[in-house]
Design a protein around this ligand. Structure first.
Ligand code: MIC
Ligand code: SF4
Length: 639
């Protein structure tokens, strides 16, 4: 039987395990990326491992999430990242150069290479055939130290594309359609591999939009073949030498097949507050729009913004509809400027923002109270925009630009002809000189730390028995934005776990931190897909700092599950999901942690009630990590 692209790449990078879905495999990692919000922790952890220089082919440290530099904390963090990169042999991308995923796609990602990043949208690089995965900062730190990355062998889903996008439909509508069909839990444990005659009709930016937002399916990653379109893209980026053809064998075997006819797609929109609440744009006709934001790692490419400029040219947005545009990189910005495409944006009334994540992570640009905000981003979780009752809708850049002019949702059938599909110019301007490449000898570089950078604390080993109360009960699809909110104020504390811990679950239950302090330890009870969304390990580190010993849930999202293991919090699965209803906040539990075995079941005693059976899907190694009190302890114990 022939092989899928995914299996080909995994086979080449396999250092341990068998390629049987669900079994743990260890992968050699060629490249890593970090960004500032998760990167300070990742780099502190890399320093704690103590090997000096990165051992990957390439590691890049980007600063793109929080570039506001309000007060000393944030600029101090940036300086730390710049100096630690120079000392450790990593490339540094300064604030404002661009969004990590857009920059990595344009400048560094390679077909066939493995990449892990401390950001859940790292799969963007799958648009050119890289096997790129989001991971917790500690996993990235270990990969930088030359250690393998361990994941359960994913199932491979073939997304068979036929037909061709027409009219206003875009790459974004392909992934919105998949989210509509499969939901935010539909991709857990799977790689989505795109194939079929429709692939050749999609541009690299469209492909990257699809793989980027595959993260919202909960997928391990998503990947496109590296074909003629990829060759052309890399050549225009001045990277012809980085191209290798990568296609699945004609008789490749897949675990599942999904069919999408691109010709049938029309503009879609994800409604508040989940990326899978997808309907047709026309179904919302008549709804007033207060704000439109175009950008983020999903839709900030040259083609997205050139189309935006073409749509806006010679027209203005209504006075009560604000428009913000954040280009994905300085390269995109330079191309727009050179072709006179900034002027139509400005004349239309748009605010052109810095080349960063910006409003996507709540760094300004929050909607008005209850305001309707149409965004080209990938996540519309409640409160993520910075306005708790903001109503965020997710669409393609072309749909967003058109709706910005309308000031309300309208039927795309009334929009007239769609702008032409854009290809990159022949002479794409390089921004390579803007990256800081490390000196050959970093030994003289002094690492500069500000007072906001607090050293990592030591965690105790897992006790034999845990006696603790359920101090919070939450429902299904809890995101890491619920656990640890984003936004300027809180993100500035990413290097300071004691300080940031004070915000754990603050938007869900303002009394949670006080209860944790009162009891000193506790357990969280959750539903399905607990911890979906971002890779921020602070959503595990913060609870661990406060004394959370275990989470008991119906099911877990992949990256958060790994972060819980990395920081020694027990991820327990209810053997009978119906027990969720029987357990209440405040219940007194006795967990016989010492009796746990990989995949085994234990009984938790509940004071005054019937015991509850919990199981786990931990490997032997993962259980040992938790028993050691986390991965750093486990690594130290080994050496
Ligand atoms: C996000 O989109 O939620 C983020 C902010 O990029 C996160 C990383 C973080 O929290 O720093 C992600 O996607 O992993
Ligand atoms: Fe940045 Fe938003 Fe992309 Fe996360 S999803 S990397 S915050 S642009």
């Amino acid at each position: 039987m022939g092989k899928s692209i995914t299996r080909k790449i995994i086979e080449k990078h396999l250092v341990s395990g068998e390629m049987i879905p669900g079994r743990e495999i260890g992968l050699r990692i060629d490249q890593t990326l970090t960004q500032d919000a998760t990167g300070t922790m990742a780099w502190l952890q890399f320093e704690a491992i103590g090997i000096g220089k990165v051992r990957t082919d390439l590691s890049v440290s980007y600063v793109d999430h929080n570039t506001l530099q309000m007060g000393f904390r944030n600029p101090d963090d940036h300086r730390y990242l710049r100096t630690v990169a120079a000392k450790s042999g990593a490339v540094f991308s300064a604030p404002g150069t661009g969004i990590c995923h857009q920059l990595h796609l344009e400048n560094f990602a390679k077909p066939g290479a493995t990449l892990i990043g401390s950001d859940s949208h790292t799969p963007t690089a799958g648009g050119i055939g890289a096997m790129a995965m989001g991971a917790g900062g500690l996993s990235v730190a270990l990969a930088m130290a030359g250690q393998p990355y361990f994941i359960p062998m994913p199932k491979v889903v073939k997304v068979h594309l036929t037909g061709e996008l027409t009219g206003w439909a875009q790459g974004k509508d392909v992934i919105l359609e998949l989210l509509r069909r499969l939901t935010v839990k539909g991709g857990v444990g799977k790689v989505f591999e795109y194939a079929g005659p429709g692939v050749a009709t999609l541009s690299v930016p469209d492909r990257a939009t699809v793989t980027n937002m595959g993260a919202e399916l909960g997928a391990t990653t998503s990947i496109f073949p590296a074909d003629e379109k990829t060759r052309d893209f890399l050549a225009r980026m001045g990277r012809a030498a980085d191209f290798t053809e990568l296609v699945a064998d004609a008789d490749a075997e897949y675990d599942e097949i999904i069919e999408i006819n691109l010709s049938e797609l029309e503009p879609l929109v994800a409604q508040p507050h989940m990326p899978d609440r997808v309907c047709k744009v026309k179904d919302l006709a008549g709804k007033k729009i207060d704000q439109v934001a175009i950008g983020s790692c999903t839709n900030s490419s040259y083609s997205d913004l050139k189309n935006t400029a073409q749509i806006l040219r010679g027209r203005q947005t209504p006075a009560d509809t604000d428009l913000m545009i954040s280009p994905g990189s300085k390269q995109v910005m330079k191309m727009l400027a050179r072709e006179g495409l900034i002027e139509p944006l400005l004349d239309a009334g748009a605010r052109v923002l810095e080349c960063t994540c910006g409003p996507c992570i709540g760094m300004g640009g929050s909607p008005t109270s209850g305001g309707v905000s149409v965004r080209t981003f990938n996540r519309n979780f409640e409160g993520r925009s910075g306005t708790l009752d903001g109503q965020v809708y997710l669409v393609s850049a072309q749909t967003a630009a058109r709706l910005a002019l309308e000031g309300e949702f309208t039927d795309p059938a009334t929009w007239g002809p769609a702008p032409e599909r854009v290809s990159l110019p022949d002479d794409v301007p390089s921004i390579r000189d803007l990256f800081l490449f490390p000196p050959a000898d970093g030994s003289k570089v002094e690492i500069k730390r500000g007072p906001n950078i607090v050293a990592l604390e030591d965690f105790d080993a897992l006790p034999e028995t845990i006696e603790a109360k359920v101090l919070l009960k939450v429902g299904d699809d809890i995101t890491t934005d619920h656990i640890l909110p984003a936004g300027a104020e809180i993100t500035a504390l990413r290097s300071n776990i004691p300080a940031i811990s004070q915000y754990i679950f603050s938007r869900v239950d303002a009394g949670f931190v006080a209860r944790m302090k009162e009891h000193g330890k506790g357990v969280i009870l959750g539903g399905e897909n607990y911890g979906q969304g971002s890779s921020r390990e602070h959503a595990a580190l913060g609870p661990r700092h406060l004394g959370v010993k275990a989470v008991i849930v119906k099911s877990l999202a992949r990256i958060h599950r790994a972060n819980l293991v990395n920081f020694g919090i027990l991820p327990l699965l209810l053997a009978d999901p119906a027990d969720y209803d029987r357990l209440a906040e405040g219940a007194d539990l006795t967990i016989p942690a010492g009796a746990m075995t990989p995949g085994g079941t234990i009984e938790i005693a509940v004071a005054g009630g019937k015991p509850v059976a919990v199981t786990n899907d931990l490997t032997k190694k993962e259980l040992e990590i938790i028993q050691a009190g986390g991965l750093l302890n486990a690594v130290r114990n080994e050496s």
